[in-house]
Design a protein around this ligand. Sequence first.
Ligand code: HGY
Ligand code: MN
Ligand code: MN
Ligand code: MN
Length: 409
Amino acid sequence: MTDTPRLGARVMALIDDLARHTDEPGRLTRLYLSPAHRATAEAVLGLMREAGLTARIDAAGSVVGRIEGREPGLPALVLGSHIDSVVDAGRYDGPLGVVAGLVVAQEVRGLPLPFALEVVAFGDEENVRFPTSLSTSKAWAGQYKTEWLEGRDAAGTTLREALTQFGGDPDGIPALTRRREDIAGYLEIHIEQGPALEAAAQPVGVVSGIVGLTRARCTVTGEANHAGTVPMGMRRDALAAAAEMALAVERLGEAVPGAVATVGSLAVVPGAVNVIPGRVDFSLDLRAPEDADRAGLFAAIQAECRAIAQKRAVGFTSETYMDNPAVALDPGFQAAFDRVARRLGHAPLRLPSGATHDAVAMAALGPSAMLFVRCRGGISHNPAESITPEDADAATRVLLGTVLDLAGI
Ligand code: HGY
Ligand code: MN
Ligand code: MN
Ligand code: MN
């Protein structure tokens, strides 16, 4: 292995370089299949090829690089994460796992590994632009539904059109399904997006499991009318009803230990200063460590919203478009992360992930584990997201050591 500069410095430099690609000047927004996603995918493709990996951008827009093990065609240990972002994002959520994987692949290239090594930059993990997906890793896991291709973004562009414009191949997605026998496992480095590691003064932690997730689109239908002429008692104000529902979501979420419930987006129609809102569309995102708790919370919220709608004589509909069960990660891979981190002088926490990740789909293909990296103030999905070069170095060395540990080297 070359005695390269500190791995963390290289990881941070590469992440800073990728952070230049944004769809919105002045802030980092890189939605799936956008021009910035294309530019980032091409930059990652170039980095993979420079590092000696055979690399391509696949039909769904994932960037995949591979080095063979001690003989060609062995099952692959996959390292990676995603390169799409939320709106006004931080630069580490996603790219950290891709770049750390790339640096590790460069370090081990040429060693007689008992597995191939693949590095992947998935897309659409943030699921901000189109109504479904939550990562192109679902195409690998055979979980991609072709009806998703007809989903439209806010501008009315279908996923099918956007994929074609990106240079992907909507009809080539089913062929991306990976065979379980071709996957030796998956390791993902990701920022913690929470405060636990900072509070414990630890650079890394081993993820114990990933919460289940329910997402739904809700619509409240009242009656648009003149804001100046309709007496308060005679209105069917969709926004006032939706506001009461959003507060109910918060109250009911607080009542379930470990659960979270969020109305993240809300649109008012027609949205004019002098018109009583006729319709409100809002999103629902529910998560809980236990699937039964999440189902119970969803049912309670639905019942409460229907009761509010009835009291206010407005309509209420809810369409669930995502219902991901909680995911257990592989004890053997978790132990390897833990063993290597301790060997490197750390005392890694075990902590659950309240965020979902590409590891959810990859866990369906083979043993998967995640290593969290401390981030300042636990802040994420925010440009203030940050990690230190020392922690990037620690995490990358744990990933490198774990690949060698799993290889028996
Ligand atoms: O929503 C999430 O948990 C992830 O950031 N996509
Ligand atoms: Mn992420
Ligand atoms: Mn995220
Ligand atoms: Mn008027």
